[in-house]
Design a protein around this ligand. Structure first.
Ligand code: NAD
Ligand code: DAO
Ligand code: ZN
Ligand code: ZN
Length: 370
């Protein structure tokens, strides 16, 4: 079939909206009509060329929601008409990783997904001239129709609005999951969140859900303060306005250091500040941000010897097919908020405007509707 897509032709170039060919689903695959897709910082990271695994030409996009159009042979858990959210971290429920209680990093299709291919080693996308176009993160939601493995789709309730729940495909789940699944924050905790963007705001709402007493937000952009307060931030710190070193300032503000700190910037210097502003003896620092190719983190080992822990999380530690439908329920039941964070709704032809808004720090989440 033909479908409309925004194609990443090369690093550093705007996406090109065009018609592409899409082959039907093969064994274990599902054809999905994407209704809405969010633009996440990680798409920009790949498009800019900072992602060491970035491949071109490719159809980016990993945050979406849509409807099953067709299923390939052997698909048993989904049928035509089901509402679904694509998962860049699949859940096969059979591999060594899925069976281990301490990780969500299903490895069953990892190799081909990293190569921009379906599990059989081929791509379903091509140009109208027949040249192959690669998939991205196994999802490629910047296309009106896309093919995914069955294990990379969460079935969700049908009354949930696509233009909001698409955000659960990455930002919402990553932020809330980092608090609940990875850090396992206890009631009464003190926490610091570095970076109040599409991920950091969801860390803040996760902390409020978990019953944290103090939620410090740190951002260089003071324009992020009102939204963060709305989601539960108790104190705002702009590093540009702090005289002297930021670490002692934050340690003092949190009465000895935070129980939990989260990096949602992707900046390795911020990651060090986050680790060192965690409480001596027990503080845990969770890295969510993805740093540029070749970047390294550092601290004095004594920071760890004296009881601070450095950890990381992907997709908030969530097992997508199991956890994502529950997060959609939380949204529909009013337990979590999404709508205020979706600052812009765009048509596919305007998708590059979404990237411009992100660069300018003017958006939290831009959603493209097909
Ligand atoms: P964003 O651009 O919306 O937000 C980043 C925020 O950090 C901005 O508000 C910016 O002003 C602030 N910031 C930048 N430098 C800062 C500094 N030095 N000190 C304080 N604040 C600073 O990005 P996002 O969508 O929220 O994503 C955040 C990070 O999370 C990115 O690195 C992204 O790639 C990563 N990410 C990780 C996962 C995962 O599973 N681990 C999932 C999605 C996104
Ligand atoms: O299993 O080796 C692996 C890698 C899984 C990739 C997980 C992605 C982590 C964060 C990327 C940002 C997501 C938008
Ligand atoms: Zn993302
Ligand atoms: Zn698995």
């Amino acid at each position: 079939m033909r479908t409309k897509a925004a194609v990443a032709i090369a690093a550093g170039k705007p996406l090109e909206v065009m018609d592409v060919n899409l082959d039907g689903p093969r064994a274990g695959e599902v054809l999905v009509e994407i209704k809405s897709t969010g633009i996440c910082h990680t798409d920009e990271f790949t498009l800019s060329g900072a992602d060491p695994e970035g491949l071109f030409p490719a159809i980016l996009g990993h945050e979406g929601a849509g409807v099953v159009v067709d299923t390939g042979p052997g698909v048993t858990s989904l049928k035509k008409g089901d509402h679904v959210i694509p998962l860049y971290t699949p859940e096969c429920r059979e591999c060594e990783y899925c069976l281990h209680p301490k990780t969500n990093l299903c490895q069953s299709i990892r190799t081909t997904q990293g190569q921009g291919l379906m599990p059989d080693g081929t791509s379903r996308f091509s140009t109208l001239d027949g040249d192959p176009i690669l998939h991205y993160m196994g999802t490629s939601t910047f296309a009106n129709h896309t093919v995914l493995p069955e294990i990379a789709l969460a079935k969700v309730r049908e009354d949930a609005p696509f233009d909001k729940i698409c955000y659960i495909g990455c930002g919402v789940t990553t932020g809330i999951g980092a608090v609940i699944n990875t850090a396992k924050v206890e009631i009464g905790s003190r926490a610091i969140v570095f970076g109040l963007g599409g991920i950091g705001l969801n860390v803040i709402q996760g902390l409020r859900l978990a019953g944290a007493d103090q939620i410090v937000g740190v951002d260089l952009n003071p324009g992020k303060k009102p939204m963060a307060e709305r989601f539960g931030m108790t104190d705002f710190v702009n590093p540009a306005e702090v005289e002297g070193d930021l670490v002692p300032y934050l340690v003092n503000l949190t009465k000895g250091g935070a129980d939990y700190t989260f990096d949602a910037t992707g900046n390795v210097d911020v990651m060090r500040t986050a680790l060192e502003s965690a409480h001596k003896g027990w503080g845990e620092s969770i890295i969510i941000g993805v740093a540029p190719a070749g970047a390294e983190i550092s601290t004095r080992p004594f920071q760890l010897v004296t009881g601070r822990s450095w950890r990381g999380t992907a997709f908030g530690g969530a097992r997508g097919r199991t956890d994502v439908p529950k997060i959609v329920d939380w949204y529909m039941e009013g337990k979590i908020e999404i709508d205020p964070m979706i600052t812009h709704q765009l048509a596919l032809d305007d998708i590059n405007k979404g990237f411009d808004l992100m660069h300018a720090g003017e958006s939290i989440r831009s959603v493209v509707n097909y």
